[in-house]
Design a protein around this ligand. Sequence first.
Ligand SMILES: Cc1cc2nc3c(=O)[nH]c(=O)nc-3n(C[C@H](O)[C@H](O)[C@H](O)COP(=O)(O)O)c2cc1C
Length: 220
Amino acid sequence: MPWIVGVSGASGTPYAAAVLRALLAGGESVDLVVSRASRLTLLDETGISFRDAHWRDDLRDWLARGADGKPDTFDVGADLDTDAVRYWGAGDLAAGPSSGSYPAKGMLIVPASTACVAGVALGLSKDLLQRAASVTLKEGRTLVVAVRETPLSGQTLRHLVALDDAGASVVPASPAFYAGATHIQDLVDFVAGRVLDSAGVPHGLYRRWTGELGGATRPA
Ligand SMILES: Cc1cc2nc3c(=O)[nH]c(=O)nc-3n(C[C@H](O)[C@H](O)[C@H](O)COP(=O)(O)O)c2cc1C
């Protein structure tokens, strides 16, 4: 059963790349939905024009980039040659993830825009990403929402409370500094790791707290 990964139009496409790489490296399969607005953030943050018709090439290009946007940072070779990723167009409301009878472990929205947060909290289903999230909630499956905005308006805070009440995990894209980060990618991987923690997916993206001050920052 796949994880549905929704990428919405908030800043933070490196978070999505890190989650996708970790899922694929961990042998998980993924159903990917990329919102229309996120094409702009992807273009801005990576230089990639993400195309539905060439999604496999564009995804491979994207996942090979680190948080600095530089190409060929990561070797994603074999992972994307498999059937591990299934791609659905954001406007395709007949896609598999738009129905509760479509099997899925749950959904990770990373990053989540405030527009996406509002749409899911209100059940708008304005595109496949929002519809898949509403389906995930109604089916009682794991939904992780990695919201990225600052400051947060009262309106968004109320939407986030509604999502929490509905059973979603709200995971702000808010890196911590106790895990010994030395590069931007470490901070990105911390957030991606916390997203995966909330979904119960094993990973080795960041060094966990040891119970000892300074422990996570000492050389392994
Ligand atoms: C370069 C860029 C960065 C943006 N960053 C954010 C952000 O960090 N958080 C946010 O909530 N919206 C951000 N937006 C605005 C969203 O893209 C916009 O609200 C859009 O409607 C979201 O649509 P979606 O949820 O369907 O992807 C950004 C837009 C652009 C062009």
